[in-house]
Design a protein around this ligand. Structure first.
Ligand code: C5P
Length: 211
C-alpha cells in the first residue's frame, strides 16, 4: 500500500508579512516547510511538495496551483502510485509523526481521517450586519487541522472539480464530504497550530521549546 505525503506549500504568506513565500520563512534555522516534510517522511514512502513557481528543486517538488486544493491536486497528479494520501500544510510545523500515524490508522473503514481539536471558544454565527444570528452548540464543534489522510481514489474523485469549487474549499475533507465520502475526526493537540500571522512564529517557537 503506497502511502504518499503531500505538502501544499505554494501560498504567498501575505498575512505573515514575509518578503517571500511563507513556506520558505526561516523557523528555528530551517525553511518552515522542512518541519512538515520531516514528520511526513517518518510515515510516508514518498513526500511531494507543491511550491511556488521557481522553487521546483530538489526532486518531488511540483508547481502549486492558484488555490490550496489546486496545489494538492497538482501534487497528487505527480504521485499516481498513491493508495493512501497524507495531506499536511507547510504552515503547521508542530505536527508529529505520532499524529500522522494515528490519522493513517484511523482511515480503516472510512474515506478520510482528519486531525481536529475540540473547540474551546464559544462560536456564534453572524450576518453581514455583524448582528448575531445564532449561538452554535460548542459540545459538537471541532477545529479542523491537518494532517488529513484519504483513500487516494476518493481524494482524486473529490478534486476532479472546477477551479472555483477548489478555491472555495478551506480543506480537502470538505471536497470528499461533497462526493458523499465518510470522514472520521482524530483528536489532535491544540498545539498543532497554523502559522498565519507574525505572532504565530513566536508562539510556535515557545511551544517547540516546551515539547
Ligand atoms: O493560506 P493558508 O495558510 O490557509 O494556506 C494553507 C497551506 O496551503 C499553506 O501551507 C500554503 O502554503 C498552502 N497553499 C498552497 N497553494 C496555494 C495557497 C496555499 O499550497 N495557492
Amino acid at each position: 500500500m503506497a502511502v504518499v505525503g503531500i505538502v501544499p506549500a505554494a501560498g504567498s504568506g501575505t498575512r505573515l508579512g514575509a518578503p517571500g513565500p511563507k513556506a520558505f520563512v526561516p523557523f528555528r534555522g530551517r525553511p518552515l516547510l522542512e518541519w512538515s516534510v520531516d514528520a511526513l517522511r517518518a510515515v510516508c514512502e514518498r513526500v511531494v511538495v507543491a511550491v511556488p513557481a521557481g522553487h521546483e528543486q530538489p526532486p518531488d517538488r511540483v508547481t502549486g496551483g492558484p488555490s490550496r486544493s489546486a496545489s494538492v491536486r497538482r501534487a497528487l497528479e505527480a504521485a499516481p502510485e498513491a493508495r493512501v494520501v497524507v495531506v499536511h500544510d507547510a504552515a503547521r510545523p508542530l505536527v508529529t509523526p505520532d499524529l500522522v500515524r494515528r490519522c493513517v490508522e484511523a482511515l480503516e473503514g472510512v474515506d478520510g481521517a482528519i486531525a481536529a481539536a475540540p473547540v474551546t471558544d464559544t462560536v456564534k454565527e453572524a450576518g453581514d450586519d455583524q448582528l448575531v444570528a445564532r449561538t452554535l452548540d460548542r459540545s459538537r464543534l471541532w477545529a479542523v487541522q491537518t494532517p488529513q489522510v484519504f483513500r487516494a481514489d476518493a481524494l482524486r474523485r473529490a478534486l476532479d472539480v472546477d477551479d472555483a469549487t477548489l478555491a472555495a474549499a478551506t480543506d480537502d475533507a470538505a471536497l470528499v464530504e461533497a462526493i458523499g465520502g465518510t470522514i472520521r475526526l482524530v483528536e489532535a493537540p491544540q498545539e498543532n497550530i497554523k502559522i498565519t500571522r507574525p505572532a504565530d512564529l513566536v508562539i510556535a517557537d515557545v511551544l517547540m521549546s516546551a515539547s
